[in-house]
Design a protein around this ligand. Sequence first.
Ligand SMILES: [Zn+2]
Length: 242
Amino acid sequence: MKSYLNKTFVIADPQARIRTDENLLEYVMENGHPKLIPVGTNIKVTDTKVLRESVFVRADDFGWTAGNNLKHGFLNETLAVFEPQDNNQKGPNAAWDNGQFLKQITLIQIVGADNKLKYISEEIAEFYLKMVNDAQDDGVPMPLKSGFRTYPSQEHLYHGYINHLPGFNLAARPGFSNHQDGFAYDFAIGGYNGNPRYDWLKRHAPAHGFVRTVNREPWHWEYRPQVASTGAFKIPSVTDDH
Ligand SMILES: [Zn+2]
């Protein structure tokens, strides 16, 4: 699943450097300076690579450049599909809810906030992608901060939390995070009413099956089509609608 094929992207960063085919950490040089792709250049992306969790894109006319040099930063483009390889209940495709193993799910690798890789559940991908693409078409790009978390990644976050390691925040026990069932998505939203992304989701997310489910977390939206079908943008226990 490569959503970027047959689309046109625009170079937005004035320092869009071209990387060498052999080594994405090295620049193509011209007259002693890194060769740049001019701002406003339209490109077709034909391939992608991931290095240090960041996404690089290849345009046939120029070569490789970092995904965040594009307008909207290659946001919410899908790169690959990961099918379950076995039935390991603590494996990378294992979905959990409230301490219980649910099932193995297929994951889609997607570009999130800050040009970082994230994962969404294939079951809801159609609804997720329609929503974020509609938002972007309305001029409101939706950077994904946290999508599906694997059991091993939640173990990692929890280990860092209980051991007070630098850079780690409060994290649920493995199996207990509401990001382990494939239905919960955090967007880069730092406010309530008046925040353009929050306002857009409040107005449009229910039509796509998504609602808010956690107090004091305006960024956290879940696919809950039954609640959303009533037109509500949140479950009743969420009361902090500022
Ligand atoms: Zn969340």
